[in-house]
Design a protein around this ligand. Structure first.
Ligand SMILES: NC(=O)c1ccc[n+]([C@@H]2O[C@H](COP(=O)([O-])OP(=O)(O)OC[C@H]3O[C@@H](n4cnc5c(N)ncnc54)[C@H](O)[C@@H]3O)[C@@H](O)[C@H]2O)c1
Length: 529
């Protein structure tokens, strides 16, 4: 685990960082000291001899270096993470914790440091307050904020430990005879064996994962299992949508057969939506069904793909053509996995969560709309609120209509357009999450054309996507190819495709008999010319 402390100069990053590292039994790096060691000069000497821009360059280089280090607490410099480049390098490598403190308290703490702190070298009290006021709004956009004004360093450490450990939440989803229990719990991976041992008697788990996920978290998963005397056998996929095909499925069957897996064996899908889609299909069909546990590691799979029991692989360019309904027994959600996702992967997950808000939870929609920067930077408490609400929306739709005979179809909002878009770009250039975002724009436009969607929905929806820097238009769109791929939509009945359109935030409608002219007109809404 990597924890990066940020905050204004003098908030106590170094003092807290040292104590936190000791408490977690991991190492500690003070970024300024790291730079000083390399330069053989103190920070204020680098400033006075070479200027601030030279120091900032050294700081950027140092950020790249520490982004590759693990199991460490890092006290960053006061301005390190206010630099967009540093932030984007570090935001996908660990947890950022922002310490906030009143200016009066900071001033009391740093009053003897003037010579050593170049940013306050010139220094009147007024100058410090001015700097504070200028920077404060930037810190407020950073994630995982803790007000430390009235806390001693050891109390701050306790607050950080609470943040890392989080609170446990459980949900049940019932599909006919089958009950899926979803557990949201930070850090559970290290004790996963004990958790599973309480439920299953298995001495072995068959794990499907992808190479990225396993290189990041594989050791923790397997040592968590070994601690409870559960052995593992692992099949690793290449990452990406292109793996969702029958040839890959066949290889996994052969592996299970060679390893003597049976119907009563435990199968764990450990990864994003691609892994849970392939894993769910394999687990449901091998020996007519193995015990399935999903451990989703992307936001998209935590809020959507790993729950709900649908799985599938693609057939040529047509999306999710071969699949089953097969409900996992447990879905284990740990938001700490999200700390290593890229900006784009976070964006994809937030779009699926936003979809859940549009379908049935206005407060979820507003939560995302009002906190995009902190969510993208992985504010753990906000993310868990988003995950919890999205899981509730999906669980309730699935419990009501597990096999998608009618109401569950609302979960496919944006998917008829989205899947066809993905296929038309041959599953490159456009990720699933981005395609769903664009698909929801088309579905809203369709609703507008048919006077079903409220006028203010689409501008508001696009504004949230823009805040996430998600695409709202796409180049080189082949509308006739998209139209022909829509013929593979699984909601098609008697040759007619049905569409889900939003009425307003929190409410959707299913419409049938849409004419081609309206579909093409809706696609124009996302075409970049
Ligand atoms: N069955 C359903 O109900 C359902 C619902 C929504 C989406 N889906 C499917 O889900 C798939 C998309 O899922 P996805 O976006 O999770 O894709 P994905 O599984 O391809 O993961 C995206 C990328 O993130 C990497 N990754 C995963 N966890 C990581 C982590 N913790 N840190 C760093 N990198 C990590 C993966 O290696 C991969 O490169 C699509 O195939 C879509 O059709 C299914």
């Amino acid at each position: 685990m990597k924890i990066m402390l940020t905050g204004m100069m003098g908030v106590g990053k170094t003092a807290v960082g040292k104590k936190l590292a000791e408490r977690m039994n991991i190492s500690f790096i003070d970024l300024d000291e790291h730079i000083e060691k390399k330069a053989c000069l103190k920070v204020y000497e680098i400033f006075s001899q070479f200027g601030e821009s030279h120091f900032r360059q050294m700081e950027r280089q140092a950020c790249k270096e520490i982004s590759r280090v693990n199991d460490v607490v890092i006290a960053t410099g006061g301005r390190t993470l206010l630099d967009k480049k540093n932030l984007s390098v570090l935001a996908s490598s660990g947890i950022i914790i922002t310490l906030l403190c009143s200016p009066e308290k900071i001033l009391r703490r740093i009053k003897n440091d003037r010579g050593k702190r170049p940013m306050i070298a010139s220094n009147s009290k007024e100058a410090f307050f001015r700097i504070y006021r200028e920077r404060e709004p930037e810190y407020l956009k950073l994630p995982n904020k803790l007000d430390v004004t009235h806390l001693k360093p050891e109390d701050v450490v306790e607050e950080i430990m609470k943040l890392i450990n989080g609170e446990e939440k459980r949900f049940e989803m019932i599909a006919g005879e089958k009950r899926t229990s979803s557990l949201i719990c930070r850090g559970i991976i290290d004790d996963i064996g004990a958790f599973l041992k309480n439920i299953y008697q298995d001495k072995k788990a068959f794990i499907l994962s992808d190479k990225n996920v396993f290189s990041l978290y594989g050791k923790r998963l397997t040592s968590g299992l070994h601690k409870a005397d559960i052995e593992d056998d692992v099949f690793l996929l290449q990452p990406g949508e292109k793996q969702k095909n029958l040839a890959v499925v066949k290889k996994i069957y052969a592996w299970l057969q060679e390893k003597n897996a049976t119907r009563s064996s435990l199968f764990i899908s450990f990864g994003g939506g691609v892994v849970s889609d392939i894993g769910g299909f394999v687990a449901s069909t091998f020996h007519r069904g193995m015990k399935l546990v999903n451990i989703p590691t992307t936001l998209l799979s935590q809020v959507d793909a790993s729950i709900g029991g649908k799985n599938a692989v693609n057939l040529n360019e047509a999306k999710n053509q071969i699949g089953t309904f097969y409900f996992p027994e447990h879905v284990i959600i740990d938001s700490l996995f999200l700390t290593t996702l890229t900006h784009k992967q976070m964006q994809e997950g937030l779009i699926e969560a936003l979809k859940a808000g549009v379908i049935a939870d206005k407060d979820l929609f507003l939560l995302i709309k009002n906190h995009v920067p902190e969510l993208m930077l992985k504010d753990l408490r906000l993310l868990e609120q988003v995950i919890t609400r999205a899981v509730k929306v999906k669980s309730s739709a699935v419990t009501q209509d597990p096999y998608e005979k009618n109401t569950r179809a609302s979960l496919n909002l944006g998917h008829t357009f989205g899947h066809a878009l993905e296929g038309s770009y041959k599953y490159s250039h456009l990720s699933h999450g981005q395609a769903v975002g664009l698909g929801m724009i088309c579905a809203s436009k369709l609703g507008l054309l048919l006077n079903l969607t409220s006028e203010d929905f689409l501008p508001e929806f696009k504004e949230v996507l823009t805040r996430m820097k998600a695409p709202t238009k796409i180049k080189n769109m082949n509308a006739s190819r998209i139209l022909s791929l829509m013929q593979f939509d699984k909601k098609r009945k008697k040759g007619k495709i049905s569409f889900i359109v939003p009425k307003k935030v929190g409410e959707t409608l299913i419409i049938k008999d849409v004419n081609e002219k309206h579909i093409l007109e809706s696609l124009k809404e996302i075409s970049h010319g």
